[in-house]
Design a protein around this ligand. Structure first.
Ligand code: HEC
Ligand code: HEC
Length: 301
């Protein structure tokens, strides 16, 4: 009996040591991912004419979704302040107190928006730069041109940082540290020609794939539910999915009013349609043309 207990003790003790080493390794891996420094050569021409600035405003408020996280006045917001996951505070983008506007150079903006890398060389958390990376040079220049004109608003916010669970999640969910999944050396896409064309629709629909999945065939939202519940589901939107039998008019009405042909009101928390509602007829037509050019797929395929 004594011998059995002794062996049991050795096995259990060994198991605890192995689990302890495993947790330590996971923690060290996650920490090195979070603290990694990036050196990025960033350059883009930033215009200062009124048409470009207006184009920048349009992108920031519609497909850029910047206002969704940084607030309608872009003065920042506190998205999460959770002792388990961490603090996520989209920065104040204005030149008011607590804002970055007064100190950011054009290269700092490019690094942040296109590469997901902060002024200090560390990866930015949560901000979906892996999608903004596909914005053309002209569009990124316009966004920066607009940001440089927004009114100053004072708003001091805490620094964003991950707590233990948040750090561990970075090992399985690339959307927490977008800089870690971006090919920073990838060749720049050609500047698209705006218009009601399938090609332009493909360019605009990159933002839809942030939630509806790479092939737009739906799936759980990245990052899950901030309140800890199951992740909300983004539906399949090419023809094989529920919107397959919609007409173009019904698609327009859904995006512009947030109510589907089946009478369902889309939740603005999860589907940011009020921003997309301001897309022009040409832009929405382009997205529709692109969606209907895709082959039918099963959900999440
Ligand atoms: C899903 C939420 C989200 C969206 C959408 C978003 N951001 Fe951010 N952004 C953040 C968070 C969070 C931070 C702070 C991250 C950190 O400090 O680690 C941030 C930081 C920044 C910074 C400061 C970088 C630094 O070095 O401090 C800039 C500039 C910025 N965002 C611009 C934009 C622009 C422009 C857009 C739209 C094209 C945008 N963001 C869309 C969440 C978001
Ligand atoms: C931030 C995540 C997110 C982004 C970005 C996003 N969607 Fe959605 N979308 C959702 C979610 C979640 C739903 C389901 C909402 C609900 O049921 O209340 C949805 C619903 C829809 C629906 C209704 C489908 C149905 O069967 O009822 C359409 C159409 C749609 N999205 C199109 C788009 C298009 C087009 C884009 C890009 C311009 C886009 N979405 C971008 C998350 C997103």
């Amino acid at each position: 009996m004594k011998r059995v207990l002794k062996w049991l003790g050795i096995v259990l003790g060994g198991l605890i040591v192995v689990i302890g080493i495993f947790i330590l390794v996971v923690f060290l891996l996650a920490n090195s991912k979070v603290n990694k420094s990036y050196t990025i050569e960033a350059a883009v021409t930033v215009p200062d004419d009124q048409i470009s600035i207006e184009r920048g405003r349009h992108l920031v408020e519609t497909i850029g979704l910047c206002v969704e996280c940084h607030g309608d006045d872009l003065a920042g917001d506190l998205l999460s302040d959770d002792p388990v996951f961490g603090t996520i505070a989209p920065r104040n983008l204005t030149s008011g107190q607590g804002g970055i506007g007064a100190t950011f150079t054009d290269a700092d903006y490019v690094r942040a928006i296109r590469h997901g890398v902060g002024k200090d060389g560390k990866a930015l958390l949560i901000m979906p730069s892996n999608y903004y990376n596909r914005l053309s040079d002209v569009d990124l220049g316009a966004i920066i041109a607009y940001l440089k004109t927004i009114p100053a608003v004072d708003n001091e916010l805490p620094e964003s940082s991950l707590a233990l669970a948040g750090k561990i999640f970075t090992l399985v969910d690339g959307s927490i540290i977008p800089a870690s999944v971006i090919d920073h050396e990838a060749p720049r896409p050609a500047d698209p020609v705006p218009g009601a064309t399938e090609e332009y629709g493909e360019y605009l629909a990159v933002v839809c794939s942030a939630c509806h999945g790479k092939t737009l065939s739906g799936g759980p939202l990245p990052g899950g539910d901030p309140d800890g519940g199951p992740a909300p589901i983004a539906p399949n939107i090419p023809p094989g999915g529920p919107i397959g039998d919609w007409t173009k008019e019904e698609f327009f009405a859904t995006i512009r009013t947030g109510v589907t042909p089946y009478g369902k009101t889309l939740d603005t928390e999860n589907m940011p349609w009020p921003g997309f509602a301001q897309l022009s007829d040409d832009e929405l037509s382009a997205i529709w043309l692109y969606l209907t050019s895709l082959e039918a797929r099963e959900f999440e395929k």
